[in-house]
Design a protein around this ligand. Structure first.
Ligand SMILES: NC(=O)c1ccc[n+]([C@@H]2O[C@H](COP(=O)([O-])OP(=O)(O)OC[C@H]3O[C@@H](n4cnc5c(N)ncnc54)[C@H](OP(=O)(O)O)[C@@H]3O)[C@@H](O)[C@H]2O)c1
Length: 341
């Protein structure tokens, strides 16, 4: 039985869901994959908790719930940063679930760099550092012989990256179409049902699917970030956000949706990569889709992806997921991909 030591940074919705899942799945990891994942460190804004023997997940969850910070743990260090604490414990794996920052990728970028430099594998739900520095981080991971996985950062549990990297191995991917942002899909679906964009956004925020800053969803940037990560990790086509044509849904009105319906179409915010010469043209914008298009029928909180390939035809996957558990489960899937082989 292999013992894997993990360090979790970010104990919010996703980090807590990950700990709950790990608590439930310990036996499955041991029986099916022959490893045990112990959290030797956890960090939030209040400080860190460290225990080289492995922190009790239920104790940590209840302390976080009651006292607001993992630093209130008996082995806690109030005020210490996750980055400092990475020097004070030996680990094999960084689990990064701190907030996404698309300006400079911080604080996650420093956490991921530090982990890779120490030869730790990294599983990140946080898009920010990858959007800002994908090529640098991927090269650093390669040079250290460790893995940098981020499947939960590209539409949660929908296996966008895994299908493209693993299941379509050997194909030339000619086109990707993605409904990669649940909030805008929810809003467009509800607007088709007759409510305003503002009301629909309020609903999306109440059920917890909107980003903290809804501009990222509404203006198309969240979908563009995910398309950028697919372009790097699946299409081997390194790009920056400047290379993606981005238009959100703010210009879409009830009238546009009614007119589309009258023509047997619907409007979706689609992220598209289309083969162009040796590379790809990338865009995120509202597009009219015929109602029999496989992504057109996805409403509410669903997301989906379509891959068109040269030798495996067209493959479509979709998901309906609520809350952060799907993303936490995608992080666990990445952990198993690294240590469960
Ligand atoms: N929520 C989802 O369904 C979802 C889906 C896909 C991807 N993601 C990504 O997953 C990440 C986490 O999302 P979330 O919803 O869990 O966010 P969240 O609820 O806001 O939690 C963020 C966590 O990071 C901690 N944190 C903030 N700054 C920190 C720092 N400098 N050092 C250490 N910890 C710090 C916060 O500490 P405090 O607890 O002390 O505030 C909190 O525990 C984000 O990057 C998000 O974009 C989320």
């Amino acid at each position: 039985m292999r013992r894997v030591s993990g360090f979790l940074i970010g104990v919010g919705h996703v980090g807590r869901a990950f700990m709950e899942l790990l608590d439930q799945k310990g036996t499955l990891l041991r029986d099916r994959y022959a490893f045990d994942l112990a959290l030797v460190g956890a960090a939030d804004r209040g400080g860190v908790a460290l225990d080289p023997r492995g922190l009790s997940l239920s104790q940590l969850l209840s302390i976080k719930g009651a006292r607001g910070t993992v630093a209130a743990h008996p082995q806690g260090r109030p005020g210490a940063s996750g980055l400092e604490a990475m020097d004070q414990v030996a680990a094999d794996l960084l689990l990064e679930a701190s907030p996404t920052n698309l300006d400079d990728g911080q604080p996650g970028l420093s956490h991921i760099r530090a982990a890779l430099e120490r030869g730790w594998h990294v599983v990140s739900a946080n898009k920010g550092p990858l959007v800002v520095a994908y090529s640098e981080l991927a090269a650093l991971a390669r040079s250290k012989g460790v893995q940098l996985l981020h499947s939960g950062a590209v539409a949660g549990a929908l296996p966008t990256v895994n299908i493209g990297q693993r299941d379509l191995a050997g194909c030339r991917i000619q086109r990707i179409e993605g409904l990669l942002n649940a909030t805008t899909n929810y809003i467009l679906t509800r607007m088709e049902q007759g409510i305003s964009l503002e009301e629909a956004l309020g609903e999306a925020q109440r059920i917890g699917i909107a980003e903290a800053n809804p501009r990222l969803d509404l203006e198309g940037w969240d979908a563009a970030n995910k398309l950028l990560l697919l372009s790097h990790s699946v299409l081997h086509h390194p790009v920056s956000l400047r290379d993606i044509q981005v238009q959100g849904i703010l210009e879409i009105g009830a009238n546009d949706l009614r007119q589309a319906r009258a023509r047997g179409e619907t409007i979706k915010l689609l992220a598209v990569a289309e083969a162009h010469g040796d590379g790809y043209k990338l865009s995120v914008r509202p597009r009219r889709l015929p109602l029999d298009h496989p992504l057109a029928r996805l409403g509410g909180q669903e997301m989906g992806i379509l891959y068109e390939t040269d030798s495996m035809g067209t493959l479509v996957a979709s998901i309906r997921e609520r809350g952060p558990m799907g993303t936490a489960a995608a992080m666990l899937r990445d952990v198993i991909a690294i240590f469960g082989g």
